[in-house]
Design a binder for this molecule. Structure first.
Ligand code: HEC
Ligand code: HEC
Length: 360
């Protein structure tokens, strides 16, 4: 149900009009290199690591694997970065979805990622691959579920049942990853383990998970006004029991909301994620925001400030560390993160007004 709910508010994965491939692979000049590098460090290194190695936080995959780069470049990479993946820590970064980057910023990033590893794109067949989904389901359970989750929801491996992922991954793209694995990552090659026909069955099973999804065009909600940041300004302070002096159980935050306690809740994911779904009253405060602006409009008077992300901790930790360094008392991070929060059936709201602004 939650998956369906999230899918309904997901942004349509619109294709961009890719300039011809030769242009995309033409060498970046020094100014472009420096700009892409800075964007990468600001927006992406938190999870994918300073050297693009992956697995810095939240099981974010490697952005160096030649197997990924040569098959995902340019369209799949563009879609992943622009629109993200539902139910994972990978959110959309394009302005149309409430994120901070323009289409040309994202094109620059994917060109930079490809050039860093000097890849040659592989042309994959666009035709569907026929296979038996029921057979594939069994094979998936035996060979893939330990890493990708029993329902394809992701784990140490990426979420394969993700609607945004499946809407842009072709059958051949899936097959290529299964046959070749992803170099330098835990995703090994299944070429000697499963027969070609069995791989087709697994692909058919993965594909069957994509059905029943009808994307909606994006409708962006207005960002809250600073005078709405403090929830229940006249309420009592909440009582939180912090684990390791920092992490607050989701249930305690839920109780504080019910009891109309005075507090601020910060959503530290990209603005696009806040647009899609957030905890009621949460203020968007993306982890990549300029440090000088994170504390903007946040009272430093002992009011409780609780941050969360999907991760469940990387983005919120970075914002809370910054507030603590400025002397903010009474700060914490929702231990479970918002994906678990949703799974626990705790309250969320989805954005859907018509104002298009960017939090940068
Ligand atoms: C030991 C853990 C593990 C197992 C088992 C495993 N995978 Fe993976 N898989 C991963 C990881 C980790 C990645 C991401 C690799 C990276 O960093 O690019 C991945 C990536 C993929 C991708 C590319 C997804 C994307 O986001 O582009 C596909 C498709 C895939 N796996 C399918 C499968 C299938 C099908 C099976 C079973 C036949 C399987 N995997 C078994 C760990 C695993
Ligand atoms: C908060 C953590 C986080 C941040 C920040 C983040 N990502 Fe990701 N990214 C992930 C995760 C987790 C996945 C895998 C999602 C899944 O399970 O499908 C992912 C997947 C991807 C993929 C798909 C790779 C594949 O193997 O298919 C690309 C490309 C990507 N990210 C690029 C970026 C870029 C570029 C940025 C910065 C603009 C960025 N990411 C920022 C967590 C993050």
């Amino acid at each position: 149900m939650n998956r369906i709910l999230l899918a309904i508010f997901a942004v349509v994965a619109l294709s961009f009009n890719a300039p011809c491939r030769a242009d995309l692979l033409s060498p970046l000049n020094q100014v472009e290199m420096a700009k892409a590098d800075a964007m990468y460090q600001r927006y992406c290194s938190l999870c994918h690591g300073a050297q693009r190695e992956g697995y810095k936080a939240d099981h974010a995959p490697s952005l160096r694997s030649k197997s990924m780069l040569s098959t995902a470049f340019p369209q799949m990479m563009f879609d992943s970065i622009a629109f993200g993946r539902i139910n994972s820590a990978m959110d959309g970064y394009i302005k149309d979805a409430g994120g901070p980057l323009t289409e040309s910023d994202i094109i620059l990033l994917i060109r930079w990622l490809a050039q860093k590893e000097n890849i040659s794109p592989i042309d994959l067949d666009q035709a569907p691959i026929p296979g038996k989904a029921a057979k594939g389901k069994e094979l998936y359970g035996k060979n893939c579920a330990t890493c990708h989750g029993d329902k394809g929801q992701g784990g140490t491996g990426t979420a394969l049942a993700d609607q945004l992922f499946l809407s842009s991954a072709t059958d051949s793209y899936l097959k290529y990853a299964i046959v070749n694995g992803r170099d330098g990552t835990p995703m090994k090659s299944f070429a000697g383990i499963l027969k070609d026909e069995e791989i087709h069955d697994v692909v058919a099973y993965l594909r069957s998970q994509a059905s029943g999804w009808s994307p909606q065009p994006p409708e962006l909600a207005p960002w809250p006004n600073p005078n709405e940041y403090v929830l229940n300004p006249k309420g009592n302070a909440p009582q939180f029991n912090l684990r390791e002096g920092r992490y607050v159980p989701a249930r305690e935050v839920e109780k504080a909301l019910k009891d109309n306690n005075k507090m601020i809740i910060l959503d530290t994911r990209p603005g696009s994620a806040w647009q899609r779904i957030h905890i009621p009253g949460a203020v968007p405060m993306p982890y990549y925001r300029d440090k000088s602006r994170i504390a903007e409009n946040l009272p430093n008077d002992g009011t409780w400030i609780i941050a969360y992300c999907a991760c469940p901790h990387a983005a919120s930790d970075s914002v809370i560390n910054h507030l603590r360094s400025l002397g903010y008392k009474n700060t914490g991070v929702i231990d479970e993160g918002i994906i678990k929060w949703i799974e626990m059936g705790l309250p969320v709201v989805a954005g859907k007004a018509k104002v298009n602004q960017v939090i940068d």
